[in-house]
Write a protein that binds this ligand. Structure first.
Ligand code: TNX
Length: 501
């Protein structure tokens, strides 16, 4: 087992005493003859391994007997492995990876990747390790506990480029996560081009927390993010936060705004009405104007059309400026708009104050308003702030991050069971888990990495590994093995004193 240090911990690991598999100049990657999505997966592996090993690693289709020394990808195996499960057999003379679906092959390759030395992550042969490219022999059979394992990035408080978003996607992929939630709008910035409402991006996108220049994604940028994520079997979930957290939209289209007075801010803004502070709760769309719902329809229609994934997030958090009834009416109307444009609505837990459609998902983050959704029979994505908020400081000494939900050291992020988080929430009502990275205090990708590592992999294991198959001591030992990999990838991380790195 010592050599099988994989995060998240796989369901079944059977180590073997046989000699390891070694990648050499002769190693080929063999795919199912009818390629399809599996072809992409094989190319992904070759693209990972070619720069570091400097081996040719040809990718060839073929269903016959595999050539000696090959890494073989096959579609198949027991249907019980599900959409993302796989079986990986590593022997001295071959690697055989089988999965019913291409997504399972991709997840399985992340296990193979972690069984290989961290040097495979190096971008150039110059960083090549003296040691051989070996993976320990044995068998892994694996499948996730929960269907939704996500990371959120708040690109509104601080804007992140397409390239930086892709780096976040890469991290999700490494830890077998399957959902990338993009918080695309908030008081401080609107980050997505909407053709029918051009001022949203042009005006609403012009600044960010602290007064930097902000930015936004064109439709082409967004398509590129979606494509990159899909290549890694990751679904993009776009969020437009409503009716609160809407100041940037209101600065662009003042007729939809019914906010309380804007809190004081200390820096000059490039357009009147923009906000660069970090107070929450004061902005709101007008719940009782048809102009508001025409606006929502325009935005949801365009966003739904550019989003291949099934979900559209409507926010719904922290609205102090509306009564409960006004809020509920708003949520119900917006929910209908999302459904009319063919998407499944998801919103922060407060949406349970409205009457939810059966498919609608609530994202728990703080209090037991999540129970309002559970009592209506709706499923939850769990993001408990005191455990899963990766924007919280690790300790009082952490420079970045906020502290309102407490300090979240690594063990706190790891040591909890989604099915035991609070009374009345069972395994059946939990769709999965998600780590939100709010960015009031984070303006660089290296700062984001510091907050994500090592907590994102901890959350990934909470979501992937069966409760009975994981424990803190095991995680502690396995996560230590990841640090060299992060360094090879050029990633910043918090060297938590809880781990013997
Ligand atoms: C609460 S969590 C918020 C965000 C902040 C975050 C900071 C939630 C749904 N709303 O607006 O960015 O706290 O931790």
């Amino acid at each position: 087992m010592a050599q099988h240090r994989v995060v998240p911990q796989p369901d079944v690991v059977e180590p073997s005493d046989a000699p390891p598999f070694t990648i050499t100049a002769q190693t080929a990657i063999v795919l199912p003859a009818d390629g399809g999505e599996a072809a992409r997966v094989g190319e992904w592996l070759a693209a990972l391994l070619r720069p570091s090993t400097a081996f040719p690693l040809p990718v060839t289709p073929g269903d016959g007997p595999a050539p000696a020394g090959a890494i073989v990808l096959r579609l198949g195996g027991p249907a019980s492995l599900g959409d993302e499960g796989y079986e990986l057999r590593v022997a001295a003379d071959s690697v055989l990876l089988r999965a019913p679906r291409a997504a399972g092959l991709f997840r399985g390759l992340q296990t193979l990747r972690q069984l290989l030395p961290p040097g495979v992550e190096a971008e150039q042969g110059a960083m090549r390790m003296a040691a051989a490219w070996t993976a320990p022999a044995g068998r892994v059979v694996d499948r996730p506990r929960f269907a939704w394992r996500g990371g959120m990035l708040d690109v509104s408080r601080h804007f992140f480029t397409v390239k930086e978003v892709k780096q976040y996607v890469d991290l999700l992929a490494l830890y077998k996560m399957n959902t990338m939630h993009l918080h695309l709008s908030d008081d401080q910035g609107w980050r997505i081009q909407i053709d029918s409402r051009p001022r949203l991006a042009q005006v609403g996108g012009r600044t960010q927390v602290g007064g930097g220049e902000g930015g936004y994604y064109t439709k082409q940028d967004y398509a590129e993010i979606v494509r990159y994520a899909a290549e890694r079997f990751i679904t993009v979930v776009p969020e437009i936060d409503m009716p609160g957290h809407t100041n940037a939209a209101i600065a662009a289209y003042p007729e939809i705004g019914c906010s309380r007075p804007m809190p004081a801010q200390t820096v000059p803004v490039p357009e009147p009405g923009l906000y660069t502070g970090i107070q929450v709760g004061w902005s709101t769309l007008c719940h009782d104007k048809e102009a508001t719902y025409r606006f929502v329809d325009d935005v949801v229609r365009e966003l739904a059309a550019m989003t291949p994934g099934p979900y559209l997030h409507i926010g719904g958090d922290e609205v102090a400026a509306l009564t409960r009834d006004q809020y509920a009416t708003f949520v119900e109307r917006v929910q209908d708009i999302v459904v009319r444009h063919g998407k499944i609505p998801i919103g922060w837990e407060e949406i349970g104050k409205g009457k939810l459609r059966p498919q609608t998902i609530a994202q728990q983050w703080q209090s037991d308003t999540a129970m309002l959704a559970v009592r209506q029979g709706n499923k939850l994505v769990l993001s408990p702030a005191s455990k899963a908020y990766v924007d919280m400081k690790y300790t009082p000494a952490t420079e970045l991050g906020l502290r309102w939900a407490g300090f979240v050291e690594l063990r706190t992020a790891y040591d909890w069971d989604p099915a035991a988080l609070f009374p009345g929430v069972t395994e059946q009502s939990v769709l999965g888990v998600e780590a939100p990275l709010w960015t009031e205090s984070v303006s660089t990708i290296s700062g984001a990495q510091y907050l994500l590592l090592p907590r994102l992999p901890a959350l990934a294991e909470v979501g992937w590994t069966a409760q009975g198959k994981r424990d803190w001591e095991g995680f502690r030992a396995r996560i230590a093995g990841q640090a060299t990999r992060w360094r090879m990838l050029g990633l910043n991380y918090y060297p938590s004193p809880q781990v013997a790195w």
